[in-house]
Design a protein. Structure first.
Length: 316
């Protein structure tokens, strides 16, 4: 299941019932951090947080979230380190408060938001999504976030806007690989077509498992696009630009034949050095048996129409 409504979510499915009960409280605390005065739908006993979900026909396979400890300790954050343990530790040095995000380019109302103001204007939701890394492993992540479309609409995109570019923070003082200019061109950037950015599944995450987003997972603000490989889900976003032309993006620029602009999960398009046909599921301390990778990571019903006229082998 992609987006859980109150009727269909089973408390025991995500974590133990006690933690589930605490979750509303924790998310309230999150909002207290990000801005007082915001009255989300779920704040009232009669109006659950899942009330404001987009309407649609969402598929029904059940997902069991990967344990939080694994999500927090198996991270890719190359500004800090090229291995998953060190990036987790070193990311703790990033200062994330205060934080502002500039939205500019082809918009009627270019705006620099304090993060608190941005979140206060949005409706937070929990989204339990599959997360598939191009390296061949996967998790299931219960994000807390808000619709990117809703944010973009608030700055009024101009009709010539076609692409959305995201830029991560540039902090060489605390990010060792930015200091040494290692491997990639910094800051990390990513991009989507505007229609992909406006899709109801695309969110900006500020939380995980009902709590604030851990720094190593991209705090305070990261993109989540569940039908694309994980490298599109850029962390620590400071700038969002609406553009007429497709921009260069970090991985596409570094290795265009390995990492396409689209990066839609596709079992039929192998990475030049490995198959993408199946994935190791990160479900416990050890990887559980491999799972057959699904086209669009299982979200085809919702997103395939975006690519109706495209040869997915060419636009990978
Ligand atoms: N964003 C930035 N700024 N820097 C990164 O190195 N890694 C990407 C993506 N976003 C990355 C990033 C990759 S390769 C993946 S798979 C996911 O973040 C990993 O997200 P996670 O560490 O929360 O699992």
């Amino acid at each position: 299941m992609i987006i859980k409504t109150q009727k269909s979510i089973a408390a025991s499915e995500i974590t133990d019932p006690l933690i589930f009960k605490q979750r509303r409280q924790i998310i309230k605390s999150l909002l207290a951090i990000t801005g007082a005065g915001f009255a989300p739908a779920w704040a009232s006993e009669n109006k659950p947080m899942w009330d404001n979900l987009p309407q649609g026909d969402f598929s029904t396979h059940e997902l069991t979230p990967t344990p939080l400890e694994l999500i927090k300790n198996y991270t890719n954050y190359y500004e800090f380190a090229f291995n998953k343990e060190d990036s987790t530790d070193l990311a703790q040095h990033l200062a994330i408060d205060p934080w502002s995000v500039e939205i500019s380019g082809e918009v009627e109302k270019p705006t620099r938001f304090h993060l608190e103001d941005m979140v206060r204007q949005q409706t937070l939701e929990e989204r339990i999504y599959r997360f598939r890394c191009v390296e061949g492993w996967s998790m299931v992540v219960p994000w807390v976030g808000f619709s990117l479309a809703s944010l973009l609409k608030s700055v009024k995109p101009l009709s010539r806007a076609r692409f959305v570019k995201f830029t991560s923070v540039h902090e060489p003082e605390v990010m060792p690989n930015q200091r040494s200019n290692a491997m990639l061109t910094w800051p990390y950037t990513e991009a989507l077509r505007l229609d992909e950015a406006m899709h109801p599944l695309t969110i900006l995450a500020v939380g995980l498992y009902g709590d604030v987003l851990p720094k190593q997972n991209g705090a305070p603000l990261r993109l989540v696009v569940p039908w694309k490989y994980g490298f599109k889900s850029i962390k620590a976003i400071v700038k969002i630009e609406l553009l007429e032309k497709p921009p260069l993006t970090t991985w596409n620029q570094a290795a265009p034949h390995d990492y396409g602009f689209y990066a839609n999960v596709n079992p039929d398009v192998p990475h030049p050095r490995w198959s993408q046909n199946s994935e190791r599921q990160l479900n416990s301390r050890f990887f559980t048996p491999r799972r057959q990778t699904e086209l669009f990571n299982g979200y085809g019903e919702q997103v395939a129409s975006l690519y109706r006229d495209m040869d997915l082998r060419h636009f990978f």
